[in-house]
Write a protein that binds this ligand. Sequence first.
Ligand SMILES: [Zn+2]
Length: 62
Amino acid sequence: MHECWVTGECWLGCERTGVPVIWLGPLQWDGQHAPVHACEPCLDRLKAQALAYFMERRPASV
Ligand SMILES: [Zn+2]
């Protein structure tokens, strides 16, 4: 993942603005798309959730 931090608004629920955020990717909805940015605490939360998801889906035979 190419990391590029900018100062802006967090889109992941903490409602903070003027904080360092990273671009996660385009959110597509109804034929339109918006740039989703996340601050570091929200990104950490998202990473932990993604990791839990990967662990859960990992086949038991591995
Ligand atoms: Zn946030």
